[in-house]
Design a protein around this ligand. Sequence first.
Ligand code: NAP
Length: 437
Amino acid sequence: MTPLHIAIVGAGPAGCYTADQLTRKLPDARIDIYDRLPTPYGLIRGGVAPDHQGTKAIVRQFERSFARGNVRFRGNVEVGRDVAYEDLKAAYHAVVIASGALEDRRLGIPGEDLAGVYGSGRFVGWYNGIPDCSGLAPRIDGPAAAIIGNGNVALDIARILGKTSAELAASDICAHAAAQLARAGLTDIYLIGRRGPCEAAFSAAELAELGRLEQVAPCVDAPLPAEPPADWDETRRKAALKNLEILRGFAATEWTDKPLRLHFLFHATPVAIAGEGTVAALRLVRSPLADGEEAEFTLPVNTVITAIGYRARPIPGVPFDTGRGIVKHEEGRVEPGVWTTGWCKRGPQGVIPANRSDALATADAIAANLAAAEQPAKPGGSAIDARLQDRGIEVVDFPGWQRIDTQEVAAGQGKPREKLVATAALLAAARQPETAR
Ligand code: NAP
C-alpha cells in the first residue's frame, strides 16, 4: 500500500495534538511537523507564563508522539519563506495548517505606534525567549503602566510585572527579562477593561493569585455590581460570581505594606495614547457614567501593553480571512487535501487542552478523506528535505531539539531551564552533542 504522508504546519499544541490523534487513526502514516522556530511546542514554550510550569506538563504527551519513528520534527523551517505551501501540497497527501495566532491585534487608536506601546504577544515573547521578541527591552522603568484587556493574558502580564525576583526564581523566565524586571520602577499598574467586572474573561484561579503576591496590592476603587445579570446561563453566572467575590475581597483589604498598586479599572475604553515619541498618557472614555463623572479621563502612564487578542499570520498561498484574522475554512477544511486546526482556525480562544477536541475532529476528517479513495504515490518529506538542503536551510530534528533541551535544563541552575534565545545559539546547540562541547 502507498505510504501516506502528512505535513503539519506548526508544532504548537494544535499541531502536536493533531499529530498525536493522527498516529492513533493512521498508525502507518508518516507525519512531518514543521515549525518556523528551532524549538517545538509553540505557545507552551513561548506563551504560557514562565511561573505556571504545571501547564507545560502536556509536552510529555507530545514527546511520546515524536518518539515514534513515523513522526518527525522539522524545526527552523518557515512555510511560505523556506518552503512553499504549494510544494507541501504536492509532496504530501494531507497538509494541516496549525500555525496559531502570531500577530497582536491592534487597538486602532492614535498613538499606538509610540515607543513604550507593546502587544502582549511581543511582550510575553520577550520574557519567554521567542527569538524575534527577545531583544524588545521594553520600557518598564515606571512609574506607571497600563495593561489593556480583561483576559488571562492581561492577568499573566500583571503578575509577571508584579512578582519579585524571589517569586520568579522557580520559573523559567529568561535571564535578560528577569534582570530588567528586577530593575523596573513600577509603582502603579492599571488593568483596563472596556466592559464591567462580570464580563471580564479572567479565570478565578489566576485572578485570585494576584492577591497573594509579595509586593502587589490589587485595588478596586469603583463599586462592584451585586451579581451578574439574571438572564445569563448558569456557567457564565457562576464564573462571574466567583470573580466578583475575589474582586470584593481585594476591595475590602487594606494593603498597607505593598508598594506596587494594581488598579482594576472597568468600563473604560482607550481612545488615544499620548506622548512625544514615547508614551506619556492614556486617554480613556468611561461608560456608563456615575453622577457627576466626566466621560473622558487621562492616566499618566509610561508603558502601555495591549492584551486584546491575536490574529493568525497569513502564509503565502493559504486562503486567509483578513477580516477575522484566521485561515479561511469550512469546518476545518481549507481546500482539497488541506485542513486547519487550533487558533489559526478558531481564533485565539480557549486553554491548551481545548485544542484536543479540535485535533480529534481534524484527524477524523483527514482519515475519512484519505480512506475514501485510493491515494496516488507521493514523495512526502524526502522531497522537501532535498529542497531545504539545496537552499541551505538548517533543519532542526527532534534529536536536535533534545540537545537544545538538555543544554537549557543544565544551564537552569535551580530554574527549570535557562532558554537559549538567539536563533544562532539554538542552532548551534541543536548541532552539537553536549559531550562534544
Ligand atoms: P481574551 O480572553 O479574549 O481577552 C481579551 C480581552 O481584550 C477581553 O477583555 C476583551 O474585551 C479585550 N479587548 C478586545 N479588544 C479590545 C479593545 N479594542 N479595547 C479594549 N479591550 C479590548 O484573550 P487573551 O487574554 O488574549 O487570552 C486568549 C486565550 O488564552 C483565552 O481563551 C484565555 O483564557 C487563554 N489563556 C489562558 C490562560 C490560563 O488558563 N492561565 C492564560 C493565558 C491565556 P471584550 O470582552 O469587551 O471583548
